[in-house]
Design a binder for this molecule. Sequence first.
Ligand SMILES: Nc1nc2c(ncn2[C@@H]2O[C@H](COP(=O)(O)OP(=O)(O)OP(=O)(O)O)[C@@H](O)[C@H]2O)c(=O)[nH]1
Ligand SMILES: [Zn+2]
Length: 352
Amino acid sequence: MSLVPTLAETIARARADLRMGLPVVIGDHLAAAVETLTPGRLDDLRRLGRPVLALTARRAETLKARAYDEGLARVKVPDDADLGWLRALADPADDLRVPMKGPLFTDRDGDVTAHCAALALAKSAQLLPAVLMVAADPVAGLTRLSPGPLLAQLAQEAVLAPVAAARVPLLAAERSRLHIFRPDDGGTEHYAIEIGDPPRNTPVLARLHSACFTGDVLGSLKCDCGPQLQSALTAMGQAGAGVLLYLNQEGRGIGLANKMRAYDLQDQGFDTVEANHRLGFEDDERDFRLGAALLKRLGFGAVRLMTNNPRKVAMMEAQGVTVTERVPLIVPRNPFNEGYLDVKAQKSGHIL
Ligand SMILES: Nc1nc2c(ncn2[C@@H]2O[C@H](COP(=O)(O)OP(=O)(O)OP(=O)(O)O)[C@@H](O)[C@H]2O)c(=O)[nH]1
Ligand SMILES: [Zn+2]
């Protein structure tokens, strides 16, 4: 029946549940994000069965916990472990101050599809990828998902629908239109800024900009995002035509809260890539299929892409958008972003 939630809709609900601290049912497990778990709910979960903490292999590596399964580890939770113990494993903020978390014992053998799906769901909810799993019968009222279909759906590309568009004259380019696109997975909206009236039959000057609240809005000196955004808009204004996609993939897809956790780790001496790994994320969690889909949807099949990131070029090509030229987007360095830009060049392949 059409009034019953689809899988994508149920997943959107499950994300909201985890963010609020409510467990969800994934196959024959109850799953709760450690970040939002309360002591009362931990006690309730314990009454239903033996909890296991699912962590990504990245986080497990930092904790020196053996990951027997591809991409994840299942850490046994001692009977006397409290929420503080779980939080310390989930969140690396105090790793240096309290280095000894173990010994940690991990499960091996058995099916881990539910654990894998739970971690993917936590990441897509922009929570720390650390989920308490309890094998138990489903509890009435909780959102229920099957692990296989959940994983398959999370890997699917969201379909974006145009919602509204209007003229917004910009300082850098007076002839500009802002288009809003809404994904069908309940996720955040993304924007396209069309400058001038670019012909669809010639390669357009294009920029895929990932949201950076700190750089774009606050003028943070820690990265190069703000100046890159303005410089791209200015170049398009001067050329009289261009398209800038503003993709809400804050923090390379980990969200602003996790980016601030990463910044805190950077203040402890880790670089941008190490910080992501210690939190349990990959270096870059963005889905670049989104940008390609938006360009195609706007009618652009070929672009002159403003970027220093060869991965973006490769991803556009792989998604069927021709990149006729990579246009470098170099902005001035400062004492606060120097190290960051060096790491981008050394570890992430940026051409700077
Ligand atoms: N996780 C994390 N994200 C960051 C950090 N600094 C900036 N970001 C995010 O990184 C994204 C910008 O990506 P970059 O890798 O700098 O640049 P790029 O877009 O891949 O490449 P260019 O096209 O050359 O700019 C934005 O989403 C920022 O919020 C950081 O230290 N950690
Ligand atoms: Zn930035």
